[in-house]
Design a protein around this ligand. Structure first.
Ligand code: B1M
Length: 215
């Protein structure tokens, strides 16, 4: 199993767009856990590519190819993440990536894990202005609003969201969680969020702590 996790990581680093779907399928057939394959294989692979991009060793086309490779692998693995025993969808979570930010892979994974654990997830996508997020959350009656930001330049949108929510007095009926690679516990506290999580499984635990899982 270890071997497949490492091979999936390598496939992202080498942007093996053609081969990754078959490799992911083979990994599943040999009993690899799909979540482990994503979180310990594909995700570290894309982060390694991001590091090399950040240091100038790789350029945008390579970053795009690696992201496409990751997405092709996720498309095979994600549907095989086991669903929780209780699938009554009684708690609503709105997810979005903040304005000017189009990174979505991590957010989508958080959505998949929440859905698998019985939450009703409404994902309004990337590049979402504060008003759209809050309006949509009100419209669907979301108990939890979760936003993702992957860039230091777009993180301030999270603070803007919380400030606007305070002004609109939608808290504490709605709980606000934030996430994405640059988001730390300290940052989440500083901006007054109800919490953050470092990965998708952590996000499920956080939501459960904040609003429970049913009823
Ligand atoms: Co972009 N990018 N990118 N990129 N990209 C970063 C973020 C960067 C750090 C790379 C680098 O330079 N080292 C850098 C940002 C630097 C900064 O902070 N200022 C960067 C840059 C600069 C850019 C562009 C500006 C490049 C350019 O055009 N010159 C551009 C920006 C476009 C825009 O948004 N306006 C850009 C574009 C892209 C692609 C389109 C090519 C692609 C995204 C594809 C897509 O999403 N459809 C991409 C990618 C793939 C990355 C990196 C390499 C990987 C992100 C990712 O998917 N990780 C990234 C480097 C990095 O993050 N280290 C980088 C895998 C994913 C599973 O992890 O998203 O962290 P993550 O999600 C985790 C946790 O964070 C957590 O759970 C998830 C699952 O474990 N989590 C939550 C996430 N959201 C959560 C929400 C929660 C709770 C937990 O509650 C609500």
């Amino acid at each position: 199993m270890e071997n497949y996790v490492a091979r999936l990581k390598k496939a992202v680093i080498e942007y093996d767009m053609e081969g990754i779907a078959a490799l992911a399928q083979e990994a599943l057939d040999k009993g690899t856990d799909p979540l482990q394959a994503i979180e310990e294989g594909l995700a570290p692979g894309i982060r390694e590519v991001g590091k090399r991009f950040g240091s100038g060793e790789l350029f945008l086309p390579e970053l795009v190819m690696a992201a496409e490779t990751m997405k092709a692998g996720v498309a095979v693995l994600e549907p095989r993440i086991p669903k929780g025993a209780d699938t009554r969808k009684t708690r609503k979570v709105l997810l979005a990536t903040v304005q000017d930010d189009i990174h979505e892979i991590g957010k989508n994974l958080v959505g998949t894990m929440l859905t698998a654990n019985g939450y009703e997830v409404v994902d309004i996508g990337v590049n979402q202005p504060v008003d759209s997020i809050l309006n949509e959350a009100d419209k669907i009656g979301a108990q939890v609003v979760g936003v993702s930001a992957l860039m230091t330049t777009t993180m301030p949108r999270m603070k803007e969201l919380l400030t606007t929510a305070e002004e609109r007095k939608t808290r504490p009926e709605q709980r606000f969680i934030v996430g994405g690679a640059p988001v730390t516990d300290q940052y989440a506290k500083e901006i007054g969020a109800d919490g953050t999580a470092g990965d998708a499984a952590g996000a499920v635990g956080l939501v459960a702590r904040l609003v429970g899982s049913k009823g």
